[in-house]
Design a protein around this ligand. Sequence first.
Ligand code: PLP
Length: 493
Amino acid sequence: MDFVITLNRAAATPLHRQLYEELRQAILNGRLLPQQRLPSTRSLATSLAVSRTTVTQGYDQLLSEGYLETVVGSGTFVCARLPDDLLPTAPVLSSPAIADSSPPLSAYGLGLADIELPGATEPTAAINFRYGRPALDRFPIKLWRKLLSRHCRAELDWLDYATDPLDDRRLREAIARYLAKARAIQCTAEQVMITNGTQQSLDLITRLFINVGEAIALEEPSYLGARRTFLANGARLVPIPVDTAGLAVDQLTVHASAPIKLVYVTPSHQFPTGAILSLPRRLELLAWAQQARALIIEDDYDSEYRYGSQPIPALQGLDRNHTVLYIGTFSKVLFPSLRMGYLVLPDRLVSTFARAKWLSDRQLPLLEQAVLADFIDEGHLERHIRQMRLHYDQRRQTLVRALTQQFGQQVTILGENAGIHLMVRLHSPLSDAEILQRAAAVNVGMMSAQPHYLLTKPPGEFIFGYGELSDRQIQDGIIRLATALHPKSRLEN
Ligand SMILES: Cc1ncc(COP(=O)(O)O)c(C=O)c1O
């Protein structure tokens, strides 16, 4: 194949990512045609003077997203039907027309080219183990509608601008009470700021503390939504390994020469491995933060869904030195499109955050905030969480049982004690891309954990969300997957 690919070795974007982007653009703009054969990884690596791993990583990403396919014994080909054909309106970030007619983007704007928009990376199979989705059919929609109409009928204040930049006072009070009870958080309503979900909390924190090149430590592997926000804002990332007790806090001190300003953790259910940060590690982390004059971003994701084990108090509740910025969201306990979360701040930072929030989006819709305040105050939130905990526990047990029955020794299950997903290590000679492809061929969708790793990319790790699936779908999906992978003849111990 005679095909020019330009890689910029001086750029911050890794070479495999540049290769991925070049090939993807070539496929989208027709320079590479459907069913066209690509060079072997070895020959492309030689012609580009890069390692074969670089090319394999680029190809694997395109395989997992459905742009390429492998035909055993023949090679790698552009797929006959591309994922973007199904998404005719999906924006192409670096379209030449836009680039030609616009002034150059800022460093922030340019940094966004790497970010996949929703839909680009998620599987679309009939039985979809995608993560991060709650059981929406269990949401008490009639009750929500009743509360909505109650407020719609009353005064018209909710049509106006908010008067408080931290947002609805009654909701903040309800959240402060709920957090004190459920998570041992120590705060008053003055310290609670309502945000448009975790993503906005992370964005505000990063913009308020990080200048280009300053360091944020984060778990390896970690939540992509956080990592992308940090990178887009120019942070230098310091990945810290995670083991069965969560973040290896002692590794933070190794980086003492280059000060770390923020450390991002998911202590309740480490994302995606599911490790729960042990109490000694929590205390060690708090002591480190005080001594290093750093702040801890505690993303208490999945804390509501814990199975069997006793809750460990949130870092914020254990903190005596006001070093924790505590983040929560209603995306999973209620529904993601509500776009409502909260940030619990040390007193001294409240007014700065209020100003940043006011500049960023003014406020959140007042009607939904009033409804949510009622929902919490009248006990519906806690009741819903209790019911959903039982529901998800059952789904989790079904998934664990199905995986164990179908894969036996050939699977290791991680992080099943909390949350609405678990991580699985498949001991298989197949590549991740091949496993995903075989799963897709039997209409099963799941996600590789590799994108969540910054440094090492261990093969065979997959995330299985079960929040939105029925017992039957879970069982059927795992049987299909096992059949597609032929565990008895193909998988190794
Ligand atoms: C670790 C983590 N935190 C937070 C969220 C939720 O983010 P948001 O509140 O922006 O919907 C997710 C979603 O999957 C997540 O994985």
